[in-house]
Design a binder for this molecule. Structure first.
Ligand code: ASP
Length: 435
């Protein structure tokens, strides 16, 4: 394992995890053994990643903003970031809608299969509906209110408050720019060093990543639903996977045209983050690694990456957007509903907002889908149709969510002249301490 690049090690861990999970599911009590003795190591790995997300955002964003030295630069970066995020999200929902209308996977579901699925997953679907109801009760400006924490220590106690932490860090950074430089210096030095320590912690966590993903995938395999279910929903899954692959193509194109970088360079640079996104199903848990890869291996300046990526992890979810479009229309088709053009345009609008509001954690997308369904007048019980295979598809859409954030940070960095050349050896190697 000595000379192998990190992404190969992670891939090997994933592969062995799947094989181990498969072997154990044929063994008596194998499932239970994996659940009791292997899965906890996967959970510990995810916890380690999540553990450093908030300190990382705080330190790197405060340092990044104060490095800008000028508030107008911040607003230029903010405008571009949100603008490009919005455009990629709209492209994603539109791709999803065009594909699902073309392929029509919902028409292939027989009435019996539909009935069976609705009955089998009714309780799971109801739980997600309940969670969505809570989100819906809030007024239209609640998201804006939620942006501003009333207590920073309270805000840092939950990884779901990422936007509040971002708000505080930006505000603090602006305060630092506005005081005399010599006064701000010691605070800056502190966050600088703090940031270095956190980056080193990421290096250390990545040393155990191959083992972490092994445990995660072994547990997923023993908990996977039956193969028959996959067959019934195969066309839906294929439609979604085509949409997600097209989005990856869109990023490759944008990176080539606007950042003048080869797709090979881009994907090799962020491969470990993509693999972790797949294994953890959470862009928030992947964020520390995404930041490290984008800075060290794509050459994006820290002040850009530390601004664009945490915001992207919370508001830019292109994989989730493709999914919202495909899943909503798939359910409508399965229930024999014909959606008018205006209903579909409405889906573009609500799916864009829903993907912005989706938390960067596993299965968050399916909760927000309830809102899209309700808005379009599609039966919410239809959620039960896609429930069984949501997890593997969540893993795939999270790859796209993370890739989109990385691509946009490269684009924003290029437009601001903040991308440096990566030393050759970094391109293909990792700076992680070799084990
Ligand atoms: N799991 C996704 C993410 O963290 C969100 C989703 O469920 O679509 O990016």
């Amino acid at each position: 394992m000595k000379k192998l690049a990190l992404h190969w090690k992670i891939l090997l861990g994933m592969l062995l995890g799947v094989l181990f999970g498969l072997a154990m599911s044929f063994m008596d009590q194998g499932d239970q053994i994996v659940r009791d003795f292997v899965k906890p190591f996967g959970t510990i790995f995810i916890n380690l990643l999540k553990l450093i997300a908030i300190p990382l955002i705080l330190a790197s964003l405060i340092k990044g903003v104060s490095d800008l030295k000028d508030i107008s630069k911040l607003s230029a970066m903010g405008g571009r970031t949100v603008g490009i995020y919005l455009v990629t999200t709209l492209i994603a929902v539109t791709i999803g809608l065009i594909l699902v209308n073309g392929i029509q996977p919902g028409k292939s579901i027989s009435t019996e299969t539909r009935q069976e699925l609705v009955e089998a997953y009714a309780t799971d679907a109801a739980a997600k509906q309940e969670a969505a109801a809570k989100q819906r009760e809030a007024g239209p400006l609640q998201a804006l209110v939620d942006l501003v924490p009333d207590n920073i220590f309270k805000a840092t106690t939950s990884n779901r408050n990422m936007l509040q932490i971002i708000f505080f860090a930006l505000f603090f950074g602006v305060g630092m720019i506005l005081i005399p430089e010599e006064k701000a210096q010691s605070v800056k030095d502190f966050f600088d060093a703090f940031n270095e320590v956190i980056l080193k912690m990421i290096d250390l966590i990545m040393l155990v990543a191959p083992y972490g993903v092994f445990a995660l995938l072994a547990a997923l395999v023993v908990e996977a639903p039956s193969l028959e279910l996959f067959q019934a929903l195969a066309l839906y899954a294929i439609t979604l996977l085509i949409g997600l692959s097209l989005m990856i193509g869109v990023y490759a194109f944008l990176v080539r045209i606007f950042a003048k970088k080869s797709p090979g360079f881009f994907f090799k640079g962020i491969a470990p983050a993509q693999l972790l996104a797949f294994s953890t199903s959470s862009s928030a848990a992947t964020l520390p690694v995404t930041m490290e890869r984008v800075e060290e291996h794509l050459g994006v300046d820290e002040e850009v990456a530390s601004f664009v990526l945490p915001i992207g992890a919370t508001i830019n979810m292109d994989g989730t957007s493709v999914y919202q479009g495909v899943a909503a229309v798939f359910i409508a088709q399965a229930f024999g509903l014909d959606l008018s053009l205006s209903a579909q345009l409405g889906i573009i609008f609500t799916a864009t907002l829903a993907s912005i509001g989706t938390a960067a954690v596993p299965s968050a997308g399916i909760v927000m889908l309830v809102i899209v369904l309700a808005q379009a007048g599609i039966p919410e019980a239809g959620l039960a149709l896609i429930f069984a295979i949501d997890r593997p598809l969540d893993m795939c859409r999270t790859i796209v969510n993370v890739t989109g954030d990385a691509a946009v940070s490269l684009l924003v960095g290029t437009s601001l002249g903040k991308v440096k050349d990566v030393p050759h050896e970094k391109k293909w190697d990792d700076h992680y301490p070799k084990n």
